[in-house]
Design a protein around this ligand. Structure first.
Ligand SMILES: Nc1nc2c(ncn2[C@@H]2O[C@H](COP(=O)(O)OP(=O)(O)OP(=O)(O)O)[C@@H](O)[C@H]2O)c(=O)[nH]1
Ligand SMILES: [Mg+2]
Length: 326
């Protein structure tokens, strides 16, 4: 998604603010609708792409690989009479290790806290359609079904999927989208806003994100790892920010890519350091675009054996511990 120059700014508390939509004067609080909308679905169906479209900014990292998102990420949409706090979540899967358990707990928590649920399907992926059919739409939470990637199915297949799914669950709206192009996302946004409960805004209406800049910097480095590394290696990567000096010029960032084994470290470094150089320069450009300032990125690789299976390591990288672990 294209970056819109001038829309981003980092405030003193590091939250992102939308500069062109200030609180409307004279709106009665009782007219206002606000709440949390959790975006859930199987891995890789387009949840993060949809969040970015709904917010109009590239907040959540997106890659062609499944299991890109590991944590809940809040993106806030506000207009004169609504505020929807969208919560991107990791794709639903059967956990194989502690990181997976943490990811599933994140999705569960987001669902429990939701005022509206947005369940996303990939129309070109049968397993995702089957999952939607079996999904237990919670009676308590108004839910919207998003049929995404409509470009990956024929018109007839889209219509058939829509007809069978619309009747299978208690969906308040069913909306077709092609999130990469922004097709249908405006309608999707309207359907969600319509379902929000009456409430004053939950966050300042000029804010679009709550996570600190250093979180987004780490995510952009991780996104680049997912783009550049193959097979199991991206899944074994985590990014730690050792130093983040926003006051320096250029901004100084000292970051580590953690992997689980020496052999993976060799792959991330690459022949003569070529891979780490490539990841570093691409990630730096992305962070510069985000911060609209020159950045010096010091990037190194470190081995932390089995970090995905160890609650202590998960905690170190800011991943919530799976329920039941100490
Ligand atoms: N063809 C097509 N591709 C799409 C569409 N929406 C998203 N994608 C692509 O699908 C891939 C996954 O998108 P994400 O937004 O990362 O999916 P996700 O559901 O957040 O994935 P996880 O975080 O891994 O659970 C990316 O390559 C997107 O560009 C769409 O409407 N059509
Ligand atoms: Mg995602």
């Amino acid at each position: 998604m294209a970056h819109v120059p001038g829309l981003w700014a980092s405030s003193r508390n590091h939250s992102f603010r939308r500069m062109n939509e200030l609180p409307p004067a004279g709106v009665e609080e009782t007219d206002f609708k606000a709440g949390f909308c959790a975006i859930i679905g199987l891995p890789n169906v387009g949840k993060s792409t949809i969040l970015n479209r709904l917010i109009g900014e590239r907040l959540s990292i997106v890659t062609a690989k499944a299991q890109t998102t590991r944590q809940r990420l809040l993106g806030i949409y506000s207009d004169e009479s609504h505020q929807s706090v969208f919560v991107d979540t990791p794709g639903l899967l059967k956990p194989r290790y502690a990181l997976h358990e943490s990811m599933q707990a994140e999705a569960e928590r987001a669902t429990l806290d939701a005022d509206v649920l947005l369940y996303v399907v990939d129309l070109g992926w049968k397993a995702s359609l089957d999952h939607a059919r079996e999904f237990d739409v919670p009676a308590r939470i108004p839910s919207v079904l998003c049929l995404n990637k409509m470009d990956r199915a024929s018109k007839e297949d889209v219509a058939a999927a829509e007809a069978s799914l619309a009747g299978s669950g208690n969906w308040r709206h069913v909306v077709r989208t092609e999130a990469t192009m922004g097709t249908g996302t405006e309608l999707l946004l309207r359907s969600i806003l319509d379902l929000l409960p009456a409430s004053p805004p939950l966050y300042p209406v000029d804010e679009i994100a709550t996570a600190p800049l250093r979180f987004f910097a780490a995510e952009l480095i991780r996104e680049t790892c997912f783009e550049e590394l193959a097979q199991e290696v991206p899944y074994a990567t985590a990014v730690g920010i050792e130093a983040f000096r926003e006051e320096a010029d250029p901004v100084y960032i000292d970051a580590r890519i953690y992997v689980e084994r020496e052999s993976q470290k060799g792959i991330v470094i690459g022949r003569g350091g070529a891979m780490i150089k490539k990841i570093g320069s691409q990630a730096r450009v992305k962070i510069e675009r985000l911060m609209e300032r020159p950045v010096y990125l010091d990037l190194r690789v470190k081995v932390m054996p089995n970090w995905r299976r160890r609650p202590g390591s998960l905690k170190l990288f800011g991943y919530d511990l799976p329920p039941g672990s100490r």
